[in-house]
Ligand binder design. Structure first.
Ligand SMILES: Cc1ncc(COP(=O)(O)O)c(C=O)c1O
Length: 382
């Protein structure tokens, strides 16, 4: 009989977290920000679990970043300070603000008058003060104001509306997907752009307590951007195949895998596992052609496909259906047996986590934790 406290006893597919690798990832980031005098408000959209938010807080994070209403409510149980890095529009986020204890210091990032007005009403209804960060577009062209004049206008409006206080600016360098050693030029461009915004604030006599930036791929280069006060990486807690492809982590730093069972080898050249798009997600890595991923053992895998085996990064998931993942065996002598178990590193861990009911913490082959993914989805109630 299989021991239910061991990996072998788990039904597949199952999401597994190597707790030692996760702790090392958390410690590495905590050490980096301390060395460079930066604050850390990690983005919890990656794990969506209060106990893991607490692990970040107890290692010195000044607060936690959230993107959705459920994340705000769940992380409010463990964090004294939250940044909602998303305008509070659409209902769920405003509800969450109403549910948060007024003792939690809250900042919200936004880029429009409509978002400011909605936030002001929510703050007044709770008789509380909410900090405002104006989001600046640093090159991703997703959200954020395009000119310092617009930032100043919104900042002044934030200062004038009841319940709000202008606290600073936020940007997300999500457009920087180059390998770490090629990030100096794009980060210099971000730096230059940021100085224009900071100069405009100084000229207008507005003080900024917070200049919030940072993503996982750029996290350890954040000291190259002057004026930054904090960073908000999220993925770094687990890392994933995309992070390894840009050199933002080593393959051995990937702490999250999907445990899967080989269910068929009937078609030549491939093995089929029971993890498909409904557990791995289905995102390709955006990396230049020819990008490879190296493990410490010298195994080299391409950055193509939808995931790769933790122990064999050269074996990639070449396609998925909802419940099937097709392992490409064309470049390997390895021939798995039907029934054999494998662990797959997904390309984008945050999307995979949101598909899970719970994550299993493991130490070696022993299960040591089960964490329900409490903040998955967009509402707390089904
Ligand atoms: C606004 C914002 N901040 C921070 C992050 C965290 O970045 P990463 O996923 O690279 O850790 C994200 C990621 O989507 C984000 O959208």
């Amino acid at each position: 009989m299989t021991d239910p406290s061991e990996l072998g006893g788990l039904a597949t597919p199952a999401a597994i977290v190597d707790v030692e690798r996760m702790a090392a990832n958390l410690d590495r980031m905590a050490t980096y920000v301390e060395r460079h005098g930066l604050a850390l408000r990690p983005h919890t959209k990656t794990h969506k679990i209060a106990a893991l938010g607490w692990e970040q807080i107890r290692r010195g994070s000044r607060g936690l970043t959230v993107a959705t209403g459920p994340e705000a409510v769940v992380m409010g149980d463990v964090a004294p300070n939250l940044l909602l890095a998303y305008p509070a529009l659409g209902g769920g986020r405003l509800d969450a603000i109403r549910r948060l204890s007024p003792s939690i210091e809250l900042d919200v990032a936004l880029d429009s008058d409509a978002a400011l007005e909605a936030l002001s009403r929510a703050a007044q209804a709770k008789d509380r003060v909410v900090g405002v960060l104006i989001e600046v577009d640093a090159g991703m062209h997703r959200t954020g104001v395009a000119e310092p004049e617009e930032m100043l206008r919104l900042a002044q409006r934030a200062g004038a509306l009841p319940g709000l206080e202008f606290r600073g600016i936020m940007f997300y360098p999500g457009h920087i997907r180059q390998a770490v050693e090629e990030q100096a030029a794009p980060l210099a461009a971000v730096n230059e752009l940021l100085q224009r915004y900071l100069d405009a604030l100084t000229s207008a006599g507005l003080s900024t307590a917070v200049v919030s930036g940072g993503s996982t791929p750029t996290a350890f280069q954040s000291h190259l951007v002057q004026g930054l006060t904090e960073i908000r990486p999220g993925t770094y807690i687990f890392n994933d195949r995309t992070t390894a492809a840009v050199g933002g982590c080593a393959w051995e730093d990937c702490a999250y895998t999907i445990l899967a069972t080989v269910v068929s080898t009937a078609v030549a050249g491939q093995a089929v596992i029971d993890a498909g798009s409904k557990s791995l997600s289905r995102e390709e890595i955006r990396a230049p052609e020819g990008t490879v991923i190296r493990s410490a053992e010298g195994r080299i895998g391409p950055a193509t496909g939808l995931g790769a085996l933790l122990d064999r990064p050269d074996v990639v998931v070449k396609a998925t259906s909802e419940e099937h993942g097709l392992l490409d065996l064309s470049g390997t002598d390895w021939r798995p047996q039907v029934g054999e178990r494998v662990r797959v590193v997904p390309n984008h861990v945050c999307v995979s986590v949101n598909l899970q009911l719970a994550l299993w913490g493991v130490r070696g082959d022993n299960i040591v934790e089960r964490w329900p993914v409490a903040a998955r989805g967009w509402t707390l109630e089904a």
